[in-house]
Design a protein around this ligand. Structure first.
Ligand SMILES: Cc1ncc(COP(=O)(O)O)c(C=O)c1O
Length: 397
């Protein structure tokens, strides 16, 4: 396998296992020493140097007092600038509010915009905490299954339209780029979804946290940028945390399209939902202002890794169905034809000492799927793939 890989990339391929295992964050902290983790969506790479420098500078100034942001944090203007520069989307800084993370953003929007029992259309499979949120908030999840085609994963627009009509959905929760399939919704798909949203007067909650992790020639289009109508019905959720590997900074953006909802949000007691940490803002601003060169290298490494995973699976485990992801650093693998007797996550852990995500937390039809995180060095990835092959090739029969 090794000779298929281009030369190592400095800063991304020289990861030391003892250094990774010393981390306190959950990906490496939770598993025992004999287990290799490729589960939760954190990357193994070091913090981008411009972000680390900005955080070090803030600490060196002992600048941990109350922030001076009478009109909201500087993130608002920085977000609007980034959206124009990257996607020609004229997002409005005045419509941005800060939260700690996307799950909180989602829960806040659902809390303000819907009531218990309301129907929310949602792609399945989906990011497990989103499905869990709909359950714990007693919103009725109306599943819209993604279609597994010969050309990759696709949105089923006819199924969306039918499900929304039959269940009187009020909201569509859209994850684009999609976790776990890695599909980037095309302009055609998005245009059709926007037409459905208009026809059924849906509010759209658009999670775009993976937007900057899209592989060429695929292209991210913010849902709110599609038309004035889409802009007015869309709340966009995002952050710098996926594309710059900063999950712990607890800093996220909500861009509120619907006027009435933004007014409702601003009527809330200002601290009821918490406020963002200044260090989170420092990190996000540094990432957006000075992190693009690092991100370019990152995408080179991730592109190499996604192709390598795809190649290895096709040649060494052809029974496992897999499409090359169009975005994200997550591979979504279907083990159905192996007819395993146990859930695949349990199988790779017990037989391969490999910790992956997958199974029914991603939705009822996901019992045979595994989600593999390939955002790691080529050495660690080789070991992950070797363990995966070993665990899945060992048959029970
Ligand atoms: C699609 C998607 N949305 C949201 C999140 C979580 O974001 P946060 O850590 O800001 O809650 C993730 C994390 O993996 C994700 O993949």
């Amino acid at each position: 396998m090794k000779d298929l890989l281009p030369p190592a990339v400095r800063g991304f391929d020289d990861l030391d296992l003892s250094w990774l295992r010393a981390r306190q964050s959950v990906k490496w902290h939770r598993p025992t020493r004999d287990v290799l983790p490729a589960w939760v969506a954190d990357m193994d790479f070091p913090t981008p140097p411009p972000v680390a420098d900005a955080l070090h500078e803030a600490i060196d100034r002992y600048d941990l007092g109350y922030p001076d942001w009478p009109d909201g944090s500087p993130l608002r203007a920085a977000f609007a600038r980034r959206m124009v520069e990257r996607y020609a989307w004229a997002a409005s800084a005045d419509r941005v509010r800060e939260q700690t993370d996307l799950i909180q953003c989602l829960q806040l929007v659902l809390h303000l915009a819907t009531a218990e029992g309301d129907a929310v259309a949602v792609q399945v499979p989906n990011y497990p905490p989103f499905l869990a949120t709909l359950r714990t908030m007693n919103r009725r999840a109306v599943p819209v299954p993604m279609r597994d085609t010969e050309d990759g994963w696709r949105m089923d627009i006819a199924a969306l339209d039918a499900a929304v009509a039959a269940n009187h959905c009020k909201v569509l929760l859209l994850v684009n780029p999609h976790n776990p399939t890695g599909h980037v919704l095309t302009l055609d798909e998005l245009t059709d979804i926007a037409a459905t949203a208009k026809r059924h007067d849906l509010m759209v909650i658009s999670d775009e946290i993976h937007a900057e992790l899209v592989y060429s020639p695929h292209r991210h289009v913010p849902f709110a940028s599609l038309s004035d109508d889409a802009a007015r019905r869309t709340v966009t959720l995002t952050s710098a945390t996926k594309a710059f590997n900063l999950a712990a900074i607890r800093c996220a953006i909500t861009h509120w399209g619907p006027d009435r909802l933004l007014a409702r949000r601003d009527e809330q007691p200002p601290d009821l939902y918490g406020t963002v940490s200044p260090l989170g803002v420092v990190a996000t601003l540094a990432a957006w202002r000075h992190g693009d060169a690092w991100q370019k290298d990152l995408l080179t490494v991730l592109d190499r890794n996604r192709r390598h995973v795809h190649h290895v699976l096709r040649t060494r485990l052809p029974q496992v169905r897999h499409h090359l992801p169009e975005a994200t650093y997550l591979a979504w693998l279907d083990t159905q034809s192996l007819a395993l007797e146990e859930p695949p996550v349990d199988r790779v852990l017990s037989k391969g000492r490999l910790l992956l995500d997958g199974g029914t937390p991603f939705g009822p039809q996901s019992s045979t799927f595994l989600r593999l995180n390939f955002a790691t060095s080529h050495q660690v990835l080789e070991e992950v793939l070797a363990r995966l092959i070993d665990a899945l090739r060992t048959t029970d029969r």
